[in-house]
Design a protein around this ligand. Structure first.
Ligand code: AMP
Ligand code: DBH
Length: 578
């Protein structure tokens, strides 16, 4: 997610019938195998007794997203579902009935194009209305979107396509001065499994979207619906398998907790394929409530305030740096923002000072949200006392979200109110990443808790306060940068012997990235040269190191590992001197 502009194929092909979600064939190491009634292939299912409990509690209701849209179209037929524009259709307004029909046509078109249930398709769309019928069309066809962000470039897309053995890439043409179609074609040429590239806005796509609708077999609601991305703490982003049942539960409850009603208007400010604007409560929460979604092409205050005024927006969600920019801009705007009732702030820690300024500046209520694409989402509630809304990141969605706060070294529960590492499991938190056995062994406890990598404190009321981070991830204003991924790019440079990427505190973004680099013998790479090198390797701009420090050697820990703690301390000392 950006505060500034906004988040190997062996040719194997799955034909598992309509019921098995992700089902990989071929000599692939494809994760834990499910036993019992539902086979999910590369998906690590919840244990059967736990799943039974979630069904009995009414959390999992056996409904797919396709079926949900059918019932929404019946309930809200002529009400506006989505508003927005792109180059081709600058002023699109679709009702629920129109969205439903378009999704049916696209589903049939995708099926006719040779995509089969269970196939993965890398999807890279910006905030355009077409996002919704395309995603629901994919869900109806049983095809699994892999939700790439518009900021992702060749190297990330290739990884998503190869790791998921995607059968296709769906993207746009030129957008924000980048030729997405060209990148997609380049990836398709390198990844064997990718058989087609579909460009939304092309004549070819319009033909596909004009296919006569027909009933397709509804996928298994307990099967995987899509692959979401993690910000990642090691290496490239991990793929997160989410099921219809688990995700729909979080969407339904999010819509309720955020007070969405049929006459609400949700502004999709951040890139909608990110988990936060997709589901917390996001475009899906808005749809679920029968509310309208307005797609913001960019998240800046000018664009957002114009849309808030024009469409009478009642609720939206931003990251803290963007909230700060809006607070400043609100002081000088002529726009009428009086329709805005709720501003969600999350993705990174919202400091107390900023939290206090939001209500007065924007004339709305602040709602803090702390979530992750792996599952767990916490909200402050709309009727919480001020102290909780301003000073905590809220409490979990579900009474069945299990929270443990443990000593990061011993794994033992800390005393109530003490800081520790957050572990969680529950009805919408995954039990394993997609095709990542090795990583799963450490990212989850043996009894299925996800190790979030966040350091938190729990209040007596059950709210969480995020106090820091135990994982090697830089949170750049809500955009997550995995240190190891950037280090690997730097180490590909001939002049670099070793690289260590750490966070630098930043008043605006919360954190920025600093790359420490040890040059190879005889080499003397410069900061600008290395930044350019990383950018040209085809990665999202937010991953290019903000600072580069060339040093002779790294400080080491007792066992000889690079001490990132000392690097961070050195940076802090540097900052104090300046
Ligand atoms: P991701 O893994 O990319 O889905 O990012 C999720 C991570 O974002 C969480 O584990 C936290 O580190 C961070 N995060 C999200 N919301 C907040 C928040 N309100 N306060 C602090 N950190 C947050
Ligand atoms: O940062 C996140 O990933 C995030 C933040 C708020 C998220 O996934 C969510 C809400 O659902």
């Amino acid at each position: 997610m950006s505060a500034h502009h906004g988040v190997r194929g062996g040719g194997a092909h799955s034909h598992g019938g309509h019921n098995d979600g992700v089902h990989a064939h071929g000599g692939h190491n494809d994760g834990v195998h499910a036993h019992g009634a539902h086979s999910h292939g590369a998906h690590t299912p919840w244990p059967p007794d736990v799943a039974a409990r979630y069904r009995a509690a009414g959390h999992w209701r056996g409904q797919t997203f396709g079926a949900l849209l059918t019932s929404l179209a019946a309930a809200y037929a002529d009400r506006t579902a989505v508003v927005g524009g792109d180059v081709r259709r600058p002023d699109t307004r679709w009702t629920f009935a129109e969205l439903d029909e378009r999704a049916h046509r696209i589903a049939a078109g995708l099926a006719d194009s040779g995509l089969a249930p269970g196939d993965r398709v890398v999807l890279q769309l910006p905030n355009i209305p077409e996002f919704l019928p395309v995603v629901f069309g994919m869900w109806r066809a049983g095809v699994l979107p892999v939700f790439a962000l518009p900021a992702h470039r060749h190297s990330e897309l290739r990884h998503f396509a190869a790791h998921s053995e995607a059968a296709a890439i769906i993207t746009v043409g030129e957008h924000e001065r980048h030729d997405h179609a060209a990148t997609a074609h380049a990836v398709a040429a390198e990844v064997d499994s990718v058989r087609q590239v579909l460009v939304v806005g092309s004549d070819e796509f319009d033909d596909l979207a004009a296919t006569a609708p027909r009933e397709l077999a509804d996928p298994d609601p307990e099967g995987v619906a899509f692959l979401q991305l993690s910000g990642g703490s090691t290496g490239l982003p991990k793929l997160i398998p989410r099921t219809h049942d688990d995700y729909l539960y979080s969407v339904r409850e999010s819509a309720r907790i955020c007070g969405l009603r049929p006459d609400s208007v949700y502004l999709a400010t951040l890139p909608v394929s990110h988990n936060y604007p997709l589901s917390s409560p996001g475009v899906l929460g808005a749809l679920h409530a029968g509310a309208a979604t307005v797609m913001a092409p960019r998240p800046d205050a000018d664009t957002a305030f114009r849309l808030i005024e024009a469409e009478r927006v009642t609720i939206t969600g931003v990251v803290p740096p963007l909230a700060a920019a809006w607070v400043q801009a609100a002081a000088r705007t002529d726009r009428d923002l009086s329709s805005l009732e709720v501003l969600l702030v999350g993705g990174a820690k919202c400091g107390r000072e900023l939290a206090e300024r939001i209500g007065p500046a924007l004339g709305c209520r602040l709602q803090q949200v702390f979530g992750m694409a792996e599952g767990l989402v916490c909200y402050t509630r709309l009727d919480d006392p001020e102290e909780i809304v301003l000073g905590t990141q809220g409490r979990p969605i579900s009474p069945d979200d299990e929270i443990r706060v443990v000593d990061p070294d011993t794994g033992a529960d800390v005393a109530p109110g003490e800081t520790g590492a957050l572990l969680t499991r529950g009805p919408y938190t995954i039990r394993g990443y997609y095709r990542a056995d090795e990583h799963n062994a450490t990212a989850f406890t043996p009894d299925g808790f996800y190790r979030t990598g966040d350091l938190v404190r729990r209040t007596p009321g059950g709210q969480l306060e995020v106090v820091g981070r135990a994982k090697e991830q830089i949170n750049r204003g809500g955009e997550k940068v995995a240190a190891e991924e950037v280090e690997n790019h730097l180490m590909a440079h001939q002049g670099v012997l070793d690289a260590a990427v750490v966070a630098v505190p930043d008043p605006y973004l919360g954190e920025r990235t600093c790359a420490y680099v040890v040059p190879a013998a005889g080499a003397s790479p410069t900061g600008p040269e290395l930044r350019k090198f990383v950018r040209e390797r085809g990665v999202a701009a937010f991953k290019v190191p903000d600072l580069v420090e060339v040093v002779e050697q790294f400080p080491v820990t007792g066992v000889g590992k690079t001490s990132k703690r000392e690097l961070r301390a050195a940076l802090a000392a540097l900052a104090r001197k300046q």
